[in-house]
Design a protein around this ligand. Sequence first.
Ligand SMILES: [Zn+2]
Length: 170
Amino acid sequence: MTTLKPETFHEIGKNGEARVRALLTLVRKALTNLAFDPYTQVKDTRVMYHPITPRSKLAKLDPKNYPIRSNYLQVWNDCTLEYDQNQKGAEIYVPGRRMYLGPFMLDYDDVVDLEKVIVHEYLHAALEDATTRIGYQWSHNEINRIVTQNLKYADPPNPANPSEDCNQDL
Ligand SMILES: [Zn+2]
């Protein structure tokens, strides 16, 4: 993210392994689309670290007009992204900045949807009020606003629509 942990992408059975491999390929594309300049040729597709480059999508995040922490670039670079068979949807453990994708994501075949999911989880850690549970509904309103207005993604802002997707207790 951020740092991708490809070694965590495993599923049960041959079919499961094939599907989780496909998800990993899609995740790599999503991270490249989010963090790297649009015309950057990524020669090594196995790249695991995705710091935000100046003309990338995430570099367009606007902390002046949205409640994004001033160190949002660092927050992204600190995040890790891994696969977890026991994860219901997608989730971020905010204090550790560990992001998890679960089997639900195996049904995704649209890289843009996956980008939105990753941005959503990341913004839980990058919003100004990310450390309190009080701001939970507020966070979702702001995240949806940032995804559509600031980053200009088409609706819906949150294709995964997870009801409880950030864990503040770790
Ligand atoms: Zn959320």
